[in-house]
Design a protein. Structure first.
Ligand code: AQP
Length: 340
């Protein structure tokens, strides 16, 4: 049997990148699961605190994220859907893993290197300076390893940007197994067909929940009009023909990637079809395809948002289920390390 685990941060309304790069795949995995498989999907609140959050906004985003997960088709009868911060075992195992993870390994994480580079640019210094970055930002991949291994997950569907973190999780699991006794299976990365969706405004970076420019991303809750206007103003280039060339034409290629993902086609086939059509036609078709894809989830989200009592009930049941699942593992771990 497979144990599938994945998580998403409640750092804002999920966008098309989260959907195509991760969430859509969660729904497919749930659909294709065998009765003996276990599907565990988590809203990872503790991770969101690695960056400053407004408490009120976080609390709303946290509830909305649950509504989104249900709206896209995750089913609490088939999967365990819960808030990570409502199961204390995550931070317990996370602390223990911090104690067996060398700092050198964390310094090699590209997400950490990206944070360092960004803080350097912001201060306009040529020296890399980590003194202003909080420790949580440095060690959250360790907590992520705990999230995954706590449930003895065997398969982890995440976006390509998370692949290195999964390798770290395997590494930490292996270290624990060799030091204290075999308990954790080493989880496998499950790739999504759509790797990386880029920002509509700056195609050198990925589409992201926390980018200050809201027009850089399409939200799962955007209306058709909003989708149309964001796609129309997406940054492309001035070459008339359309071609797929992610390195020299990232903006145009991103639109092709999105269209291919929405229509479930090969991106090179889409590129050939649009070769002489120009950016206007491409953008208009991308907008309609995205609208079609997001219509049902958006309507379902609106319906669920009006029922906070139901969402609370689902969260409570999910947390109980998750805790019951991880109880045995945490007890065994504590015994193995001597904390009994
Ligand atoms: N642009 C993207 N393209 C494809 N996949 C993506 N993911 C994120 N952005 C893209 C995948 O979405 C899942 C959930 O992500 P997360 O919320 O845990 O955090 P993140 O990767 O840091 O996503 P964001 O949107 O950029 O959030 P913020 O701005 O809060 O950091 C993951 O599987 C991720 O790979």
């Amino acid at each position: 049997p497979r144990i599938v685990f994945s998580g998403i941060q409640p750092t804002g309304t999920p966008h098309l990148g989260n959907f195509l790069g991760a969430l859509q795949n969660w729904v497919k995995l749930q659909r294709d699961a065998q009765p003996e498989d276990d599907m565990i999907f988590s809203i990872v609140g503790w991770h969101s605190l690695t960056l400053p959050q407004d408490p009120k906004a976080l609390s709303i985003a946290r509830r909305d994220m649950l509504a989104v997960l249900l709206a896209i088709g995750l089913d609490p009868q088939k999967s365990t859907i819960f808030h990570q911060d409502e199961n204390r075992h995550h931070v317990e195992l996370g602390w223990l893993f911090n104690c067996i993870t060398p700092m050198g390994k964390l310094r090699r994480m590209t997400t950490w290197k990206g944070r360092l580079a960004a803080s350097r640019n912001a201060n306009d210094e040529s020296e890399v300076d980590e003194s202003m970055l909080n420790a949580g930002l440095f060690t959250y991949p360790v907590l992520q390893a705990a999230d995954i291994l706590l449930y003895k997950a065997t398969h982890v569907p995440v976006g390509e940007d998370q692949k290195q973190h999964l390798e770290l999780a395997r590494d930490i699991g292996d270290t624990f197994n060799r030091t204290f006794g075999r308990i954790f299976p080493l989880p496998e990365y499950v790739a999504t067909p759509t790797r990386r969706v880029l920002s509509l405004k700056d195609p050198s970076s990925k589409m992201s929940k926390s980018s200050p420019d809201v027009s850089s991303r399409i939200l799962l809750t955007d209306t058709d009009t909003q989708i149309k206007s964001k796609i129309r103003s997406a940054v492309t280039d001035s070459i008339r023909e359309i071609s797929y060339d992610p390195v020299s034409r990232p903006g145009t290629s991103n639109l092709l990637t999105i269209l291919a993902a929405c229509t479930d086609e090969d991106v090179s086939d889409v590129a050939v079809r649009y070769a002489d059509k120009g950016h206007g036609a491409l953008k208009s078709d991308v907008a309609s395809a995205v609208s079609d894809l997001l219509r049902e989830p958006r309507e379902e989200f609106e319906r669920l948002s009006k029922d906070p009592g139901y969402l609370e009930q689902i969260a409570k049941e999910g947390a109980e289920k998750a805790q019951a699942r991880s109880e045995g593992t945490i007890r065994k771990v504590r015994k193995l390390v001597g904390l009994v």
